[in-house]
Design a protein around this ligand. Sequence first.
Ligand code: CP3
Length: 343
Amino acid sequence: MSAPLLVRALRGEPVQRPPVWFMRQAGRSLPEYRSLRHGRSLLQLARIPELTAEATMQPVRRHGVDAAILFSDIVVPLAGVGIELEIRPGVGPVIAAPIRTAADVRRLRPLCPEEDLPEVGEAVGLLCAELDVPLIGFAGGPFTLASYLIEGGPSKTQAATKAMMLGQPALFGELLGRLAGIAAASLHAQVKAGAAAVQVFESWIGFLSRAQYERHVAGPTRALCQELARLGVPRILFGVGTGHLLEAMAETGPDALGLDWRTSITHARERLGPGIALQGNLDPAALLAPWPAIEREARAVLSDAPATGYVFNLGHGVLPDTPPEIPGRLVELVHEQALDAIT
Ligand code: CP3
């Protein structure tokens, strides 16, 4: 049996058409998700394997995407190691006691998925038995997780995070090392249970200059990529606003880079060469425009994309106000355009 389309595309092997999936395809844009979530917090939902599996499958059924992504959140493993946190609707993750001192950092213990988060492995097992598309496992990148832990919640400036990074680089490095270890353990468990590819969401990395990235974040990211290489599945590294970081991110060793809408795929391919696959990058806001505009934007992305080593996606997650029928229409468009190209 040949590997799934997504896996072949991420490995840069020849494919008849690009696979398509959407970051944040599960969740608030779907009415069936809102009923499933009713009366429960996201963190509760993510710890009940049957419900996690259902939330993961909803977008696969509705949109016909070529891959599922595990329903969870990047902060779930942090809750697993005992960090007190909540995900506040309309806000994001909020940490009860932000990490600021060396003692705080040293209290952050390693994740033991079998004991701390047995439900995740169970959910992945249930999904792999039912899905006929590959399942993508995911984790937060070390910088993005550190940012939530240090800031105590979402931040528009990352000021406290940068202050620790620049003022206490050794402590910051230790924190990132511990977080990379937590991400690796979580992804290891997801792949062991059946995930066919992994994505590291390093969403807020675009806040750093290239020199800052290279000095403070590339090392722990490279260590994470090397650790994940042993899992034998393709590894995608994604960040927002990373046009100035692409070479530095590629040098950390992932199989694919996820691009946001600001960077053209052709330009990224010219800079990075064909040795790394690319994923992206339709502006998620386009999905709120009338269909002819969406179609035009999606065709522009497809015509910018290489024939191999490419996965169609958005440049960031599906926005909550996206009409629920639109992602499915987009999937059809990507699938049809490929047929047009062949016939
Ligand atoms: O992609 C998927 O469909 C899988 C599920 C998924 C969620 N979060 C569920 C979720 C994934 C992959 C994530 C990743 C995640 N979480 C990231 C990286 C991706 C990105 O968008 O950059 C980040 C930064 C977080 C942290 C987080 N969690 C934020 C910023 C929010 C939004 C807060 C808000 O209400 O505006 C969350 C909450 C969250 N995670 C929701 C979902 C479906 C929505 C709220 C809910 O149902 O309670």
